[in-house]
Write a protein that binds this ligand. Structure first.
Ligand SMILES: [Zn+2]
Length: 586
């Protein structure tokens, strides 16, 4: 075990799961549990459940995420087990015991962060040294002087200077390669570029964005961003979030790139953030939701900017974030607009920012000729589709009224069209969830237990056993003593690993808690282990007799066929079942 059982229990006692999760997503009480829209997948009807009591845990019936408060933090913070434990310990004023734990993974992240911090210092010192007039000149020409300190801008000189500096500090070439600072030939990846450090919400330098000083760089790459490393994933980070999270406004301004963000901050709009060289992602929406529930989208006022705005709006909406759009005039980015018209005019634009609904409808209606009756019918259909996507009944009502008038159709008919489309979409969402669960329990595309499709019967019995053993840990020793079941009887590799961990942990501690084994499994795997238990909890009989029956069933699977598969008949039946479930109904 990674940490002493007593420590983990104290840690969990002091970090109530409802408290902790509530600080990420608002929980609503529903009987003796709490519900929310899942923070790990996009949904409109809550299937994320939090169970309280002696043994606090969460489970999402939509995506299968599950575990205890530690697993939750691992997933929510995108971090590993020891870091999640550390974070919770800090929250509860506990000291983490550090006896003999293998910290390889977290060491690697820490080492990468150390390298990044030193590199950022080096880049910055080079830029302010004045030794590179072309770099200082670039900063001046772009009016970025005030950003140099505020954003920690830097310059990466040519000639392996960073590599030499870092190796003098004791970093190994492999570490610099892993941190995406140097390439395999030990050349500095960001050579001759202006450096924009990317700093996460906790103040770590997680990566870099490096801009070429040439208008047309020889290698064609205007920006080079850090690739995914132990400390960085571009889908899960936002530029300037470290600064914007402290802004006074109750919204973030989401821009396309870091130069927009810097221009806005320098003009006093300190709530600006941007995604990093990717289109906006679900993960980034979840990250935003931790700090603000409202976003003003400020993408370039050209066709490209508008076409990127629509998917971003959808992702933000699905994550439950209120979204408005700052309508920049055609051909302007935020920096150009402020340069030309000043920040007061931009302030005015913020005040006039239009609801995302109006924005999307306006854009959709452009394609219809609403002067003709046919055109209005077609437009009403499209309109109903957009309005029906809003989770808020009030909002649906308002927009139905407003646009019925504009299209000169009756509000009642538009309203019934909206409701029909809404029901259809909800059914679709539900059916998709059901299908995913069937696929998962049948083992199709099962990345957690890869043997399941090959040995479904064995896997079902194993999952029942693991589920019951979590509820009644004493059954493990009892079964072994009675010759009913041992670890060796398990046939799928993943389940065998789980049962071995359970058995070892209960043997050592005399009790079971998911946190005792969490260090050996990924967050997805823990979700699966939790699922096995939740399935059993929904059944009334989890006594030893049921345990024994499943153990017998599992042993009965042994020795059938040389390939280890349960039988071809089972697989054929499963495929039939899948075919049926995939056929559209009605
Ligand atoms: Zn979920």
């Amino acid at each position: 075990m990674a940490f002493p059982a007593e420590f983990l229990e104290e840690l969990k006692k002091r970090n109530g799961i409802v408290d902790v999760i509530n600080s990420y997503v608002p929980l609503k009480r529903a009987g003796n549990l709490y519900k929310a829209c899942c923070p790990f997948h996009n949904e409109k009807t809550p299937s994320f459940s939090v169970y309280t009591g002696n043994d606090e845990h969460f489970y999402c019936y939509g995506c299968g995420a599950g575990g205890d408060v530690i697993t939750f933090v691992m997933k929510a913070e995108n971090t590993d087990y020891p870091s999640a434990v550390e974070l919770l310990a800090r929250r509860a004023n506990l000291t983490v015991p550090n006896d003999g734990y293998n910290r390889e993974a977290s060491d690697k992240r820490k080492r990468t962060l150390d390298a990044n911090r030193e590199a950022a210092r080096f880049f910055h010192s080079q830029l302010v040294s004045g030794n590179y007039p072309e770099a200082s000149g670039y900063i001046k020409s772009r009016r970025l002087e005030a950003a140099v300190n505020r954003f920690g801008l830097g310059f990466c000189p040519p000639g392996k200077k960073l590599f030499n500096y870092m190796t003098d500090l004791g970093f190994k070439p492999k570490e610099l390669q892993d941190a995406f600072l140097c390439n395999r030939g030990n050349y500095d990846i960001f050579e001759n570029r202006i450096i924009f450090p990317v700093i996460d919400a906790s103040g770590n330098v997680v990566g870099f964005s490096a801009r070429s000083m040439e208008k047309k760089p020889a290698d064609g790459r205007k920006y080079i961003n850090t690739n995914d490393t132990a400390a960085f994933n571009k889908r899960r980070n936002l530029f300037a979030l470290n600064l914007a999270k402290n802004c006074k406004s109750d919204y973030f301004i989401l821009c396309e790139g870091q130069t927009d963000v810097i221009a806005l901050h320098l003009s006093g709009f300190d709530s600006a953030i941007a995604s990093l060289g990717t289109s906006f992602t679900e993960e980034q929406a979840q990250l935003i939701r931790r700090f603000r529930s409202k976003v003003l989208l400020c993408y370039d006022g050209d066709e490209a900017g508008r076409s990127k705005a629509i998917p971003a709006i959808k992702i933000l909406n699905d994550a439950g974030i209120e979204t408005k759009v700052i309508a920049l005039p055609d051909g302007f980015d935020p920096d150009e607009f402020i340069q030309k018209y000043g920040k007061d005019r931009f302030e005015l634009l913020i005040g006039q920012s239009i609801g995302q609904m109006d924005y999307r409808i306006g854009k959709a209606l452009e394609g219809f000729d609403i002067t003709s009756a046919d055109g209005r019918v077609a437009a009403a259909d499209k309109l109903a589709e957009i309005i029906s996507a809003s989770p808020s009944p009030v909002e649906r009502e308002i927009y139905t009224e407003k646009y019925a008038k504009k299209l000169e159709v009756s509000p009642e008919s538009l309203k019934s069209l909206v409701e029909t489309k809404r029901k259809k979409a909800q059914k679709g969402e539900q059916r998709e969830q059901e299908r995913a669960l069937i696929r998962q329990s049948a083992g199709y595309g099962d990345t957690v237990n890869r043997d399941k499709l090959r040995m479904p019967k064995a896997a079902y019995a194993e999952e029942a056993l693991i589920g019951i053993a979590q509820i009644n840990p004493e059954f493990i020793a009892k079964a072994e003593k009675a010759g009913v079941l041992t670890v060796e009887d398990f046939r799928t590799e993943f389940n065998k690993r789980v049962y071995a961990a359970l058995s070892e942990c209960v043997g050592a501690e005399g009790r079971f808690d998911i946190s005792f084994i969490s260090d050996r499994f990924s967050a997805d795997e823990i979700g699966r282990i939790m699922h096995m238990r939740i399935l059993r909890e929904d059944l009334s009989d989890n006594g030893f007799e049921v345990f024994r029956m499943n153990a017998d069933a599992l042993r009965g699977c042994a020795g059938t066929g040389t390939s280890g598969a349960d039988s071809f008949g089972d697989i054929r039946a499963l495929i039939e079942k899948k075919k049926k479930s995939d056929q559209p109904k009605g």
